[in-house]
Design a protein around this ligand. Sequence first.
Ligand code: ZN
Length: 259
Amino acid sequence: MMERSKPSQRESEATSSNDAALNGLLDGMEKMPKWNGTPKETPKGEKSSGTRAPCSSVMESWREERTRSVEDNEMSLPGIVTAYTTILRGLGEDPQRQGLLKTPYRAATAMQFFTKGYQEKIIDVLNDAIFDEDHDEMVIVKDIDMFSMCEHHLVPIFGRVHIGYLPNKRVLGLSKLARIVEIYSRRLQVQERLTKQIAVAITEALQPAGVGVVVEATHMCMVMRGVQKMNSKTVTSTMLGVFREDPKTRDEFLTLIRS
Ligand SMILES: [Zn+2]
């Protein structure tokens, strides 16, 4: 059985401190109106208890149900189309204008595609992709393309995800790491949650000695508004197990994903 005693709080703290450690790319982040209540500063010496217990949200991704089906898509499509027509009118456009006639329909189906992660469950992806293996070296897959939608503004977040884990007798088919990224990113997201969900799903699936996930992303809501820097990237990370507790393991991971 798994220990579930650890509050998830420590994890978010670890996330923010690792952000800062990663590089100085947090400028853009500071300007976000609200940063999901995640504390930016980690009190020094906070993470000392050295447990390797999975975080408290462990098993959540296995329990999680699909919130949408293909049939739902068909049923909800007319309503979404109508809503986009209203939006066009509200923006001062004429929805009957030639170029816009099919736009509400196109926008609706595109939005359903951008959020198709709601139609999928992690457990379907992981089924029959977990192998017993005596491999005990770090496994890293870097530069996984990621396209998501900011849940605050409904505009794209895109970037790359780097994943590493230290197996403990179980490994996952490599392509499945990208599938996990896909399922969680094709939803309305905030970057911190996306990062954490990927790490937790891998932890639950493999019970590895540790997991590290780094997400580097551009938020269109940031670069398109005001005076935000065009190339500002937001970097988030979640480190679990030995990736959190052992600086050498974490450094090895961070070095390898940058090489
Ligand atoms: Zn946004």
